[in-house]
Design a protein around this ligand. Structure first.
Ligand code: ZN
Length: 293
């Protein structure tokens, strides 16, 4: 049985691939199941909509969607529809009942189900402040609009090119700007930029259309591969069934400061410290490379 523990440091997990894995597991385990009971251990775990918790009892889980790094469970009850929206990461995980946690006192919400493969979904949150919202459709729309830009798995290449051409600033910061492109954090931004041969601090305005198109292709490929490998369990991400993502083994630069470049160019992976550290190869990702034509 896996044990879930919590660490205080490091980059926020999960990012888009891990949240997508969470959504897919819940969909497979609970879609169509009936919610029989909602237990909320502490009122302050719910950011919005605490008073509506009773409404959900007897409702059927009709949809499981991912928005950025959040997962929204859609319930139908008496022809009305409401959502349970969970932010994941160091501030919370959605876990099935069978997944043991090292600190069970941090399970603050339990959703009991009948008619699905899983009897219970738990919200485990060591930080104990609101990261769960109970919203109607209008509330969910507001939640999405306020927080999330385009989804990397849904945006077309054309729209991605247009988006980057409209923007200024440093490339990595833009990839991680949730209101512009939702779901990419520090781990995948570093991995995508290495594979694209682009320096993290490159000005977006310096990118040719061809470079942006290549970046788009690589972004989609990295995210797809990461989802297929269950995401990356770098510090404290676990899927609802307790499994760890295996994509970590395919990381080429993240956390690999001082190691030789995987492209065997003779360079050494550097770390640029900042609010979020950048890992890159100064040879393969030179700011003024001839390859940036
Ligand atoms: Zn290199």
């Amino acid at each position: 049985m896996p044990y879930i523990s919590h660490s205080e440091d490091g980059d926020r997990m999960p990012e888009l691939p891990e949240a997508e894995v969470v959504a897919r597991q819940i969909r497979a385990g609970l879609l169509g199941a009936q919610l029989t009971d909602v237990w909320i251990g502490r009122a302050d775990i719910v950011r919005e909509g605490y008073d509506t918790a009773r409404w959900y009892c007897g409702g059927t889980l009709r949809s499981v969607e991912r928005f950025g790094k959040s997962v929204a469970l859609g319930f139908v009850n008496s022809h009305a529809c409401r959502y349970v929206v969970a932010e994941l990461g160091m501030t919370g995980l959605l876990l099935f009942q069978s997944t043991a946690t090292k600190h069970p006192q941090h399970v603050h919400v339990k959703l009991s189900f009948e008619g699905g493969r899983e009897p219970e979904l738990r919200y485990w949150n060591p930080r104990r402040f609101g990261r769960l919202s109970l919203l109607d459709k209008a509330g969910l729309d507001r939640y999405r609009t306020r927080r999330f830009g385009l989804d990397p798995l849904a945006v077309s290449q054309q729209d991605f090119v247009r988006l980057l051409q409209e923007r200024r600033g440093r490339l990595k910061a833009l990839l991680m700007h949730q209101q512009v492109i939702a779901g990419i954090g520090n781990i995948y931004a570093n991995e995508i930029l290495f594979r694209a041969g682009l320096h993290p601090n490159l000005q977006v305005s310096q990118l040719s259309v061809r470079k942006i198109e290549t970046l788009y292709t690589i972004m989609c490929k990295v995210l797809d591969e990461a989802i297929r490998h269950g995401g990356s369990s770098v510090r404290d991400f676990f899927a609802p069934d307790g499994s760890e993502g295996q994509y970590k083994r395919r990381h080429l630069v993240y956390g690999k400061e001082g190691r030789p470049c995987p492209n065997q160019c003779g360079g050494v992976i550097q770390r640029l410290r900042g609010e979020r550290s950048s890992y890159f190869c100064p040879r393969c990702q030179a700011v003024r490379s001839k390859r940036h034509a």
